[in-house]
Design a protein around this ligand. Structure first.
Ligand code: A2P
Length: 344
């Protein structure tokens, strides 16, 4: 069978990466349909050497579409997912709209592909920071049991979309000219105040929610439990935006169920794990870097250390390209997995 794949949000930061990755997908393609807003309709994008015209997203856009990759914001998913499903498409959604819906599988293929089996033509792709973390935590949980996770993130501006990338570029240019930088997007386009991200670190991603945590932090907390199937796992998160364009970095503290595990054990375990590359050699200054993760599908893990005081506690540094494994690749990987499992 050959598949027609639609990308909704084709002009966005994630959508553009989806198009790049689709050029090399193992899914046999009949056609690629590129959808965005009315503003972008008529623009062309090169796909495998031919120009594809971007179309406005409407209820009729999904006729003949087998797989629809959505990444245009939660309101667009909510607006069009039913039309897409009614047309027979399987929707793979990169927004937070359906992630915690009990009917909707929330999937990282290295972690819980089995959750795809009972799909109702809608699969949610997790938050970027969560995805890379669970890729590394799943093998640790399987081997040694996982009790607690405390994560602090250093997240790239591309996670907030094309406009946030432009904002960082413009602020850097202004600062170099000695002008006052303008802020209109970050930390969250929906919030009242906007702060300079260039030469800065902002401890707010998304809006604030309950108990002083932001929605981004709650996403990491709740999605980690759902994907790993561990409702009682202790998880806390501090999500921070840094002036990096691509690649999220995370300092992750874990407590496992055993106190006889060594750093070498963890390195060996992770070196075998699906989707993980261990870069951990302090003597040679080898550790994961955001700049090196760009356009890679893997999650990079290093700086693995035992906590000085807690026998079952370890620290890890986990890095991945937020637009690739954190978004576009995980979505396409879900589609490829479903095709392989004969679910589409
Ligand atoms: P457009 O460029 O036409 O506005 P990002 O997350 O990088 O900001 O990208 C958001 C994506 O969502 C873009 O591709 C954008 O398309 C798309 N989008 C925004 N509004 C709509 C809409 N009403 N219908 C379909 N796509 C939309």
């Amino acid at each position: 069978k050959e598949y027609t794949v639609a990308v909704v949000g084709a002009t966005g930061a994630v959508g553009q990466k989806m198009i790049q990755l689709l050029e090399h997908t193992e899914i046999p393609l009949k056609k690629v349909k590129l959808l965005a807003s009315k503003r972008s309709a008529g623009k062309t994008v090169s796909f495998k050497g031919t120009d594809v015209t971007i179309e406005e997203t409407t209820d009729q856009s999904f006729e003949g579409v087998d797989i629809a990759l959505f990444s245009a914001g939660g309101s667009i998913t909510t607006r069009f997912e039913q039309a897409a499903r009614q047309s027979g498409a399987v929707v793979i959604d990169n927004t937070s709209a359906f992630r915690m819906d009990p009917e909707t599988p929330l999937v990282v293929p290295e972690v819980n592909p089995e959750a795809l089996a009972n799909h109702k033509q809608l699969i949610a792709n997790p938050n970027c920071s969560t995805t890379q973390m669970v890729v590394a935590l799943k093998p640790i949980h399987e081997a040694y049991g996982l009790d607690r996770v405390i994560v602090s993130t250093y997240q790239a501006v591309s996670g907030a979309g094309v406009e946030a990338i432009e904002e960082l570029d413009q602020q850097n240019a202004s600062l170099l000219k000695g002008e006052k930088p303008q802020a209109a997007i970050l930390p969250s386009s929906g919030d009242k105040n906007h702060y300079q991200i260039a030469y800065n670190v902002i401890p707010q991603i998304d809006l604030f929610a309950e108990e002083g945590y932001t929605f981004e932090e709650w996403k990491m907390i709740n999605e980690t439990k759902k994907i790993m199937g561990l409702p009682d796992l202790k998880v806390s998160a501090t999500c921070v935006r840094v002036p990096v364009k691509y690649g999220h970095s995370e300092s992750v503290y874990i407590e496992i169920d055993r106190d006889d595990v060594t750093v070498t054990d963890l390195q060996a375990l992770l070196a075998q794990a699906d989707g993980v590359i261990v870069q951990d050699d302090p003597a040679n200054q080898l550790y994961p870097l955001a700049t090196e993760s760009e356009d890679k599908k893997e999650t990079f893990v290093g700086r693995i250390r035992k906590d000085p005081d807690v026998a079952n506690g370890f620290h890890l540094w986990i890095v991945s390209d937020n637009l690739i494994k954190g978004a576009a690749w995980n979505s396409l990987q879900i589609a490829e997995t479903m095709v392989k499992m004969k679910l589409i």
